[in-house]
Design a protein around this ligand. Structure first.
Ligand code: GAL
Length: 429
């Protein structure tokens, strides 16, 4: 059934989707010797303390249904390394039962005949159509079939600030770009690293999401979603890169290659003042026993209040082994369970991927996340995150990564980066 044709198509996709910004070798292909009938092998990139704790909630839920959880963690925030391993597993005919996946990557796999599994039987039984926000269904469904089960909604336009460090600068939460720069300056005067950051392409791009959005929601949409060359190459984009240069000046010398959760730890420990990162960072604060409002403050990146750049982790199953099918439907059902969505997302830092989950168990940052998402959804200001694969397909995302990272590391000035962005996106489209 899995013809030569499919393998060729998958290999072609592997080449197209390959991240041009990474030079890593694909990890070794994992070949199980014998496979227990009820094993659920799940490939994911949730390896930080907070992420692993959230994953444990899913694992327990699946195991309570009588399945054996076989963990396939691939370290690397943002999931690029995980996607490289997944491609090699699928192309060698050895797909896992399911894998964590983001946005346009889901669509790319779903387009290939016979690659992904079909969760529609469970979706119909459980009425997913009426409880999953439409913006997520755009990625969960392909040709009317449910090909993925969304476990959460994260967003990238957040800042996580150490409360003591903020208080030391006067305690005023910044609501404009100039106020933000003032707080960063205050932190520098207080002899701490103002901005904790990890120099990896996806992390640079995560800040870029927020910086572009801070220059106007229409500008974010025109440049990052519509890929309009005028918006990409205009004065606002030069200003976006100027802001990136300003932020770069508040980062310490050792930022290169640092993992995002180590940057979170710097803020948790008070070595640094703040981190600009998606709300998975909150899980690190909670995991370290820190409380929002008391030990840390969560704010939307100044100028982005009212808009949300989202990414949603979804689980995709693969249409490889007949024996996996029960486990795949069971995993889909676990992921979409209403009370699971609350307990998982309370820990993960994200908000539920269903509209009917109460916010009562969430802390203040979580409550704000739920409210912001629903308001952005109804006012048309909910946009896919470019950094996390929800604004454009992988080739365009990787083009943005390359330019943003090159600029952050001094290869281009602000005007040159703007031009490079126009050229790189035009070539990738
Ligand atoms: C994102 C993902 C989050 C979080 C983060 C860092 O792409 O959606 O769940 O894991 O990467 O690893």
């Amino acid at each position: 059934m899995k013809s030569q044709h499919l393998i060729l198509a998958l290999s072609a996709l592997a080449l197209v989707a390959c991240d041009s910004s990474t030079t890593e070798e694909p990890a070794e292909v994992f070949v199980p010797q014998s496979e227990p009938a009820k094993t659920v092998e799940v490939l994911h990139w949730w390896t930080s303390g907070g992420e692993a704790e959230a994953l444990e909630v899913l694992k327990s839920d699946v195991e309570s249904k009588g399945f054996v959880w076989q963990d396939m963690p691939i370290a690397g925030g943002g999931g690029d390394a995980a996607m490289t391993v997944l491609r090699s597993r699928i192309t060698s005919g050895n797909a896992p039962t399911a894998a964590q996946m983001l946005g346009f990557d889901i669509r790319d796999w779903a387009k290939i005949d016979g690659a992904v599994g079909d969760l529609t039987p469970t979706a119909l039984k459980e009425d997913w159509d009426n409880v999953v926000p439409v913006a997520l269904q755009e990625f969960s469904k392909y040709n009317e079939k449910w090909v993925a089960a969304p476990v959460n909604v994260h967003s990238t336009n957040w800042i996580w600030i150490n409360k003591e460090a903020l208080d030391a600068t006067g305690g005023k939460v910044p609501t404009t770009w100039n106020e933000l720069v003032k707080v960063l300056d205050g932190m520098k005067e207080d002899n701490i690293i103002p901005l904790a950051h990890g120099g990896q392409a996806w992390q640079d791009a995560t800040i870029f999401d927020a910086v572009v959005l801070s220059l106007g929601k229409d500008f974010y949409k025109a440049s990052m979603i519509d890929l309009n060359p005028e918006a990409l190459g205009g004065p606002k984009m030069v200003e976006a890169f100027r802001r990136m240069s300003v932020l770069r000046s508040y980062v310490d010398d050792d930022f290169s290659g640092r993992d995002w959760n180590l940057a979170s730890a710097m803020v948790i420990e008070g070595k640094a003042g703040m981190q600009m990162m998606g709300d998975w960072a909150k899980a690190e604060f909670l995991n370290a026993g820190k409380q929002p409002g008391q030990d840390f403050v969560c704010i939307r990146f100044p100028g982005t209040e009212g808009s949300v750049t989202f990414n949603s982790d979804q689980f995709v199953t693969f249409d490889i082994r007949e024996s996996d099918k029960d486990a795949q439907q069971a995993l889909g059902s676990s992921v979409m369970n209403r009370s699971f969505q609350s307990s998982f997302n309370v820990i993960k830092g994200s908000v539920p991927a269903r509209i009917d989950v109460s916010d009562s168990d969430f802390d203040d940052c979580g409550k704000k996340g739920i409210k912001d998402l629903s308001e952005a959804n109804s006012s048309g200001t909910l946009y896919g995150s470019m950094a996390h694969g929800h604004a454009a397909p992988a080739p365009v995302k990787n083009a943005v990564y390359d330019v943003v990272t090159s600029h952050f590391n001094g290869k281009y000035n602000d005007a040159e980066a703007t031009q490079a962005l126009v050229t790189a996106i035009a070539a990738a489209k």
